[in-house]
Design a protein around this ligand. Structure first.
Ligand SMILES: *Cc1c(COP(=O)(O)O)cnc(C)c1O
Length: 358
């Protein structure tokens, strides 16, 4: 039996030809396609600058460094995220401070943020988990009142909106183009900002802190994006509206037909981009048993994420943690179903039938 994949990158002839063109051109890095990808990406996010980098993790790391975050500083974030959000903070020498999440959206609970602010707090990293934006108006109000930076972890949320305003335009944005993301380049990432100085620093830091050839102004990295990735990204940008529409149709189909488990919500005024479609297995049912049952029916499923960041083995003593009961509960209940744009009607119907048997 063919297993329905939890995610599936779309790679058409245009993608293949675009990469071959780069190979034929001989210019494999820092060329015209990267510049063009940045320009189009910035326009789609409604921001002045986009800086292409090697990964989403690199984007988060550079965004923090560009805001001068380092040893002695604290950064408030969610424990219910992919570990890279937290690793990026630790890599700068700063300390992550975890705030619990909201049960409906799986995102950081803005009501709990203020209590976590100290003299050392420099920034908040809201993570737009699964493609639903965090409560940005409230987080922005808090950030303004306490003079904090906002760095959005928008790795799962390209083109997600609040009142039509896109992810990555509320603060400094960090995006990932890892192979499973809504827009993919295999590996890759992007930083978005309206701030000329932040963009300039990110450009310096991604290429060895180099201002002119072999003149190194700052300690930097090699976090550049290659031209093959940028070429892939440009083709994917031309498809992303269609991809997003298909994800929304798939989610709407699930919302209308799944009855056996708790389905995810989209809050009013928010445009969800459904990086993941995540249900909750609670009550007396065992999630492991449900996963096994769906696997046996040929359905690929995922758990994002089974262990909250503060409970990861390497994290002991590395974070200031308040009580985080909601994140811990969600980590034990969540189950994501395939929602990617290449699912057929029959596959969607099969998934609904099998989920309703749980
Ligand atoms: C994918 C992802 C990252 C890391 O991106 P990479 O490109 O894999 O480095 C960070 N945060 C979140 C929420 C992600 O989903």
């Amino acid at each position: 039996m063919n297993v329905i994949a939890i995610s599936k990158p779309y790679i058409g002839d245009e993608e293949k030809n675009a990469v071959l063109e780069v190979l034929s051109s001989g210019q494999l890095t820092q060329g015209p396609r990267t510049a063009q990808f940045e320009e189009q990406f910035a326009a789609m996010c409604g921001v002045k600058h986009a800086v292409a980098v090697a990964s989403g993790t690199a984007a988060l790391h550079l965004a923090l460094l560009a805001h001068d975050i380092g040893p002695g500083d604290e950064v408030i974030t969610t424990p219910f995220t992919f570990i890279a959000t937290v690793s990026a903070i630790l890599l700068t020498g700063a300390q992550p401070v975890f705030v619990d999440i909201d049960e409906e959206t799986f995102n950081i609970n803005p009501e709990l943020v203020e209590a976590a602010i100290t003299e050392r707090t420099k920034a908040i990293i809201p993570v737009h988990l699964y493609g639903h934006l965090c409560d940005m108006p409230r987080l922005q109000a808090i950030a303004e009142a306490y003079k904090l930076q906002i760095i959005e972890d928008a790795c799962q949320a390209f083109l997600a909106t609040y009142q039509g305003r896109p992810a990555g335009s509320f603060g400094t944005g960090a995006f990932s183009f890892y192979a499973t993301k809504n827009l993919m380049t295999g590996e890759g990432g992007m930083i978005t900002t309206n701030d000329d100085e932040i963009a300039h620093r990110c450009r310096l830091l991604r290429a060895h802190g180099m201002s002119k050839r072999y003149h190194h102004e700052r300690l930097g990295f090699n976090y550049r994006m290659g031209e093959m990735q940028a070429a892939l990204g440009l083709v994917q940008l031309s498809r992303i509206a269609g991809f997003t529409e298909k994800r929304r149709e798939n989610a709407a189909f699930y919302n209308a037909h799944i009855e056996s488990v708790r389905t995810p919500v989209t809050q009013p005024d928010y445009g969800h981009v459904w990086h993941q479609y995540t249900v909750r297995i609670n009550g007396t049912r065992s999630r492991d048993a449900c996963m096994a049952q769906l696997n046996d029916a040929g359905i690929g499923i995922g758990v994002y994420y089974p262990i909250p960041a503060h409970q990861q083995p390497f994290m002991r003593g590395k974070a200031a943690a308040a009580r985080l009961p909601v994140a811990e509960k969600m980590a034990s209940e969540v189950l994501s179903l395939p929602v990617h744009p290449q699912l057929s009607r029959q596959e969607l119907a099969h998934i609904v039938t099998e989920v309703n048997k749980l």
